[in-house]
Design a protein around this ligand. Structure first.
Ligand code: HEC
Ligand code: HEC
Length: 287
């Protein structure tokens, strides 16, 4: 680029600026009026914006985070607080409704039900997953809460009571029962025969069934399908929580284990326990 003399362009009749790039010359046309108007309007807008909204950093640290405050007093922090306040208020409204609704009401109300499920799922991860597994699938000695097989009953009310007071937890209201140790009461042959009957390995000639009726039916039921009132499991299904081999069953007959589920009444608030009951009930597909 080189500086040339200003001259009048022969074709357009407009004066040139004198700038010249390899023979290409720049005409000294004024900027279009609409463009100028937009430019000035933008400047005025920007000044107005600086005045009413927080804009410039200041050395004095005046205003929020050391910037000009703006005459509207608007800040993103305020906006965040407001929207969070809305969420908290909405949650509080749900909680009040939840507190006053029966389990039946909650199950009929989609919004409340979802609210309870979400709360229950979170509380389950925090408090129950250590023993029952993240998805409630259980493990040896810890019952599976996903299936439709319940020791103590699978209605929401039954589950609520189990969670609140626990099982053999030492709480006064806890669910309690104890399978006796038959190791000293029955002979080894009897124990073996009963176990054969229970696991249905086809070797029981009737003695096992008879001994079962005499010793076990009081808790596990005449047909061995269990009794919720006593927390006695169904022995005729394929679901075992101490194992389903003949050796496992014989071990349980000789020296039974007595599973302990803690009481949550004093560790979790009433609403959380109710949310958990609804969540666990839904896991097992209800009963
Ligand atoms: C320390 C381990 C442990 C923790 C933690 C625990 N449980 Fe349990 N839970 C057990 C055991 C063991 C049983 C089985 C007790 C039995 O033998 O009857 C059980 C049984 C249950 C049952 C009864 C199942 C049925 O078939 O009737 C429910 C419901 C239950 N737990 C829910 C929960 C919930 C909800 C939590 C979290 C608040 C929780 N548990 C935390 C160990 C635990
Ligand atoms: C007083 C009631 C009672 C009597 C009588 C009783 N049981 Fe039990 N049984 C239970 C309870 C309660 C449990 C669950 C134990 C637990 O939750 O830890 C259980 C658990 C079992 C289990 C474990 C099931 C599993 O899923 O792992 C087997 C097997 C069993 N009983 C067999 C028998 C046999 C066989 C007899 C008779 C010789 C018998 N029980 C007598 C109450 C009883």
């Amino acid at each position: 680029m080189s500086e040339h003399q200003k001259e009048t362009d022969a074709i357009s009749g407009v004066e040139t600026t004198g700038h010249d790039w390899d023979g290409i010359k720049e005409l000294n046309n004024p900027a279009p009026r609409w463009w100028l108007l937009v430019l000035y309007a933008s400047i005025i807008w920007a000044i107005g914006y600086w005045v009413v909204y927080p804009a410039w950093p200041t050395l004095s640290g005046e205003g929020v985070r050391g910037g000009t405050e703006g005459s509207f007093g608007w800040t993103q922090y305020e906006q965040l607080k407001e929207s969070q306040g809305e969420i908290v208020a909405r949650k509080a409204a749900y909680l009040t409704r939840f507190e006053n609704a029966s389990f039946a009401d909650i199950q009929k109300d989609e919004g409340l039900y979802e609210f309870a499920q979400a709360g229950g799922a979170a509380a389950f991860k925090d408090n129950c997953a250590t023993c029952h597994g993240t998805g409630g699938a259980g493990g040896n000695g810890y019952p599976n809460l996903n299936d439709d097989d319940w020791l103590w009953g699978g209605s929401v009310d039954a589950i609520y009571q189990t969670i609140r007071f626990g099982i053999r937890s030492g709480d006064d209201e806890a669910r309690f029962s104890e399978m006796p140790a038959f190791g000293d009461m029955l002979s080894a042959d009897e124990i073996s025969a009963i176990a054969s009957f229970v696991v249905q390995d086809g070797t029981d000639d009737g003695a096992g069934a008879q001994a079962f009726a005499d010793n076990c039916a009081a808790c596990h039921g005449d047909t061995g399908t269990g009794m919720h009132e006593l927390g006695a499991p169904n022995l005729m299904d394929a679901i075992w929580f101490y194992g389903g081999t003949k050796a496992d069953v014989m071990a349980q007959i000789r020296k039974p284990r007595h599973g302990v589920m803690p009481a949550w009444e004093h560790r979790l608030d009433a609403n959380t326990i109710r949310e958990l009951a609804i969540y666990v009930h839904a896991l097992g597909g209800g009963e």
